[in-house]
Design a protein around this ligand. Structure first.
Ligand code: TYM
Length: 383
């Protein structure tokens, strides 16, 4: 969808995003303080900092998902990943939030690995490479620590035989003009991509109750389609909870993206030295140009990428974050010192992730084939 001076689609994000405008355009709703409080309470009084700090900021029918939970009907979770060479830290955000939801509400979770979408969209990848990337990404996803008995990770090309009739039923309801309008496809778009949205919609039909989808806001156009066709197919309209984008190193507008070049993102495979170099060299600073000026005038945390990354992801402790904010703003803390804090946090985070990824190797089979939910899903077909 093209608006003003920014563009957000599931495949492209550019310009300076005005999130309030974007959600109005998409037809989503801002998360109010009241809904945040309700959500935290329902999750056992354990608020998540990404929700508290408005990084998860928008939703569709999150209130109805909570109603269903309170009435005992419950809901289930669904999220996904288009496998590419190397995940970046932004990709973990919806997954980490999903884990928090699964732990709090003890619900089933479906994770779609869209090897088909990636193959169709990224012409530089051949099929084999997409499969290799998919396995590699699944290890990173498994490392997030989902419940192996309540989680099913599936690759589109493998699970298709269990869902083909439902996929056809769904595809029959979605017209070419809908996908053109929703995704900006034109006559040069390959027909595989025009069909693909039907597959991203159907995991939200995996159970006869409401599905709640955590994702960044770029994926919302799919949920609009799901909600248009759900009831006609005998299912429930999906609920969604959207986050903003973790910004790239170069500035707080826009989206960290794996295709924009590795100097714009921190990849999960970056070693300690690479992290240090990237942050020191590229992280956009809200500081002043000399130490004297900085001491006198202070820095601007609102535009400082290091501070924003601490706020979004790496410093969940509110009082520690406030101290960093105040010290930086007053000039007591220098840019180099702020960056050093971030470098240490990222390296600790990645070390933990790498260890979890190693351990997760043994869980992959459970998530995909042998865990309780996975087994049930392989025995089930959808018509
Ligand atoms: P993909 O692989 O582009 O992205 C995976 C998830 O990460 C989110 N994301 C980000 N979140 C925060 N900051 C960023 N900089 C950032 N970049 C990406 C995406 O919104 C997404 O939630 N078509 C999908 C795969 C998919 C899916 C789903 C995603 C299939 N079913 C259901 C979410 C929910 C894709 O290619 O995502």
């Amino acid at each position: 969808m093209i608006m003003d001076n920014f563009k957000v689609t599931p495949w492209e994000v550019s310009g300076t995003i005005d999130y309030d405008k974007l959600i109005r355009q998409f037809g989503a709703t801002k998360i109010t303080d009241q809904l945040k409080a309700r959500m935290s309470k329902a999750a056992g009084n354990d608020p998540h900092h990404m929700l508290q700090r408005d990084f998860f900021f928008s939703h569709r029918d999150l209130d109805l998902a909570l109603n269903d939970h309170e009435k005992g009907k419950g809901f289930f979770l669904y999220t996904g990943r288009g496998p590419s060479k190397g995940m970046h830290i932004g990709h973990l955000i919806p997954l980490m939030f999903t884990k928090w939801l699964q732990d709090a509400f003890k619900v089933n979770l479906y994770i779609e690995i869209t090897d088909d979408e990636k193959f169709l969209f990224r012409r530089e990848y051949d099929w084999k490479e997409v499969q290799k990337n998919a396995y590699d990404n699944i290890l990173d996803i498994a490392a997030v620590g989902f419940d192996p008995d309540r989680t099913f990770i599936f690759k589109d090309s493998e699970y298709i035989k269990n869902v083909y009739p439902l996929l056809m039923r769904t595809a029959r309801k979605i017209t070419g003009s809908t996908v053109k309008a929703v995704f900006g496809f034109d006559d040069s778009t390959n027909i595989g991509l025009s069909f693909y949205p039907a597959y991203q919609v159907i995991p939200a039909f995996f159970e006869q109750k409401r599905c709640l989808i955590p994702c960044a806001i770029d994926q919302d156009p799919y949920w609009k389609i799901q909600r248009d066709v759900a009831e006609g197919l005998g299912f429930v309209k999906a609920a969604a909870v959207h986050c903003k984008f973790l910004p790239p190193l170069q500035g707080i507008t826009g989206k960290m993206s794996s295709s924009a070049g590795s100097e714009t993102a921190i990849l999960l495979t970056d070693d300690e030295k690479t992290v240090k170099n990237k942050i020191n060299k590229y992280a956009f600073s809200g500081g002043q140009s000399t130490v004297e000026e900085h001491r006198r005038m202070g820095g601007n945390p609102d535009i400082d990428v290091s501070y924003q990354w601490l706020k979004i992801l790496f410093e969940p402790d509110d009082s520690k974050l406030k101290k960093i904010h105040d010290d930086y703003k007053s000039g007591k803390m220098l840019t180099g010192e702020l960056k050093a804090v971030l470098i240490e946090k990222i390296n600790a985070f990645l070390k933990e992730h790498r260890e979890a990824r190693k351990k997760a190797e043994k869980d992959v089979d459970k998530f995909m084939y042998s865990g309780k939910l996975a087994k049930e899903m392989w025995e089930r077909t959808y018509e």
